[in-house]
Design a protein around this ligand. Structure first.
Ligand code: KMH
Ligand code: ZN
Length: 277
């Protein structure tokens, strides 16, 4: 089995300090969380940035400052900025981090209800435009799928040439409005993608650790982090992203799965592989 790629979603756009004091807002806090997650075994940092008051932003300048500060400490880490941003942001706002010199970014592959009263809008036209913007800059997309229809969309757009091989999926399961994160959901999605595609699984809330373990066992990769889940166990807040990554690293050890370095992650995912596609 390939080594395990751990992605840490350190910040997100929705979790606030009222939910957990460990969610990073400032550049210093964000760097600290990234470095600790990396040290615990994460090779990819899924990155949203905030203003100092916690407001989510897709500002190119803010991403640049945060990325430079992280890279100054851990130059080999893979930074994966979000192009999803926060619900309600327009497409040009969301795309700003792709103007920077980055190697990877998320590509959200469908629309869904997002919580009680929000809609996370990703029309087919948007998906095609975002993919084109990424390929133009040789940015490797991680196809975020919140339900099976999104996976089917990726496969259809891949057939039509809008999304290129190598395909890499992120199954984000357990969002209120998306697919649940039960074992049957995991297997259904895993069995729906081509055998040469790679995938990572991000479970929201209580789904985080059970899905991480399933993915470790079945050859997938794992995303954890405070964006998706703030608890280390039922009712106990995780003392930062580090604790969540450490828990996954222990699981990997239990199942005899070695953990990939960033360089190994680049090779496993074939980052940069679209260049001549
Ligand atoms: N904040 C969510 C609305 C992504 O990073 O690409 C979207 C999100 C997906 O987090
Ligand atoms: Zn995100």
């Amino acid at each position: 089995m390939e080594k395990l790629i751990i992605t840490c979603a350190i910040s997100g756009a929705e979790v606030m300090k009222e939910h957990t004091p460990h969610i990073p807002y400032t550049i210093e806090e964000t760097v600290k969380e990234a470095v600790e997650a990396y040290t615990a075994g994460a090779s990819i940092i899924h990155l949203h940035v905030r203003h100092d008051d916690g407001t989510p932003t897709q500002s190119k300048a803010r991403y640049k400052a945060v990325i430079e500060a992280i890279k100054a400490r851990i130059p080999d880490v893979i930074i994966q900025p979000s192009t999803g941003g926060a619900v309600g942001m327009d497409n040009l706002t969301r795309l700003q981090p792709t103007e920077l010199d980055i190697e990877m970014a998320t590509l959200d592959c469908g629309t869904l209800n997002f919580g009680e009263d929000d809609i996370f809008v990703n029309t087919e036209k948007t998906i095609k435009a975002f993919a084109a913007a990424m390929y133009a800059k040789n940015i490797f997309p991680e196809c975020e799928c919140f339900e099976k229809g999104h996976v089917d969309t990726v496969l259809r757009l891949h057939k039509k040439g809008f999304i290129k091989a190598p395909l890499h999926f992120s199954f984000v399961l357990g969002v209120q409005g998306g697919m649940t994160g039960e074992a049957r959901d995991f297997h259904f999605l895993k069995d729906s993608i081509p055998s040469d595609a790679t995938f990572s699984v991000a479970g929201i809330g209580r789904y985080q650790m059970p899905l991480a373990e399933l993915s470790i066992i079945h050859g997938g990769h794992v995303r954890v982090g405070l964006e998706d889940n703030i608890y280390i166990e039922k009712g106990v807040l995780a003392e930062g992203n580090k604790a969540l990554v450490e828990k996954v690293a222990l699981m990997a050890k239990k199942h005899d799965r070695a953990i990939a370095t960033p360089e190994e992650a680049r090779r496993i995912l074939k980052i940069g592989g679209h260049k001549n596609a």
